[in-house]
Design a protein around this ligand. Structure first.
Ligand code: 0O2
Length: 222
């Protein structure tokens, strides 16, 4: 049996890199928590003041170290912390699922107009769905995180979508994963058709919701 000797300096260097990576990820976790708190305050305030909860559910995730490495390779960027911080803006992600499209935009407005939120990029895939039918409203924001060393602006990707959009995206993601990206053409077409159907359902549900609200208002005013 051969023994491999690893010198102490190499071990110390590996430990330092591990600690630095954990510190790096922790900033994103804090940024994510700030965004979660803001969304949950909006939800609670809405529920109390308007007797209406526009949010169905909220899901957060930190990109895994493997996911970050894979994205560094895919984008062909330098694998150092400064470059990753600058180029990869979805390490922290929060997904807000709403009942109706109008709630998606309302929540987006209320969240992005807050004084300490800096909007870096908006991608409106509801106004302009992706060719495969994907719909969602994405925003990359910077939220300040107050560390013992001072404030750090942390980028967080927030996705706002309806239940129907979320249902579709979740199935599409599973199918994509199952076929390792090589989805049979007829399934791709069926998925695009299903995305259109989900879009129509959203419109119908919105109309129904508005009608019910108007009838209710008339009853109250009568
Ligand atoms: P995960 O597991 O959700 O984190 P980028 O790759 O971010 O530099 P891109 O692709 O233009 O540039 O970003 P975009 O369009 O804002 O999409 C990023 C995220 O949106 C994805 O994250 C998905 O969560 C979601 N998304 C975008 N397009 C699709 C789609 O066609 N189908 C589904 N199901 N989700 C989509 P990740 O990192 O890919 O995955």
């Amino acid at each position: 049996m051969t023994t491999v000797s690893v010198d102490d300096a190499a071990i110390a260097e590996a430990k330092q890199l591990r600690d630095e990576f954990q510190r790096f990820l922790r900033e994103y976790e804090f940024g994510m928590r700030e965004v979660e708190t803001k969304i949950s305050i909006l939800r609670d305030e809405f529920t109390h003041n308007h007797a209406y909860n526009p949010i169905e559910h909220v899901k957060s995730r930190l990109k895994s170290p493997d996911g970050i490495v894979e994205k560094v390779a895919r984008k062909g960027i330098e694998p150092d912390f400064d470059t990753i911080r600058r180029e990869i803006t979805d390490i922290a992600g929060v997904r807000v699922t709403c009942s109706f499209v109008s709630d998606v935009y309302r929540l987006f407005e209320l969240f992005t107009k807050q004084d300490d939120i800096t909007v870096r990029l908006v991608k409106d895939y509801i106004a302009e769905p992706k060719p495969n039918g994907y719909r969602s409203l994405h925003v990359i924001v910077e939220v300040p995180v107050f560390l013992s060393t001072g404030p750090v602006p942390v980028p967080v990707e927030v996705q706002f979508r309806t239940i129907a959009m979320d249902f579709w995206a979740s199935l599409e993601h599973k199918i994509h994963y199952k076929f390792a990206g090589r989805v049979p053409v007829h399934l791709v077409q069926s998925l695009t058709d299903a995305a259109d159907a989900a879009g129509e359902l959203d419109q119908r549900m919105e109309r129904l919701h508005r009608e019910a609200h108007e009838i209710n208002q008339r009853v109250i005013e009568a």
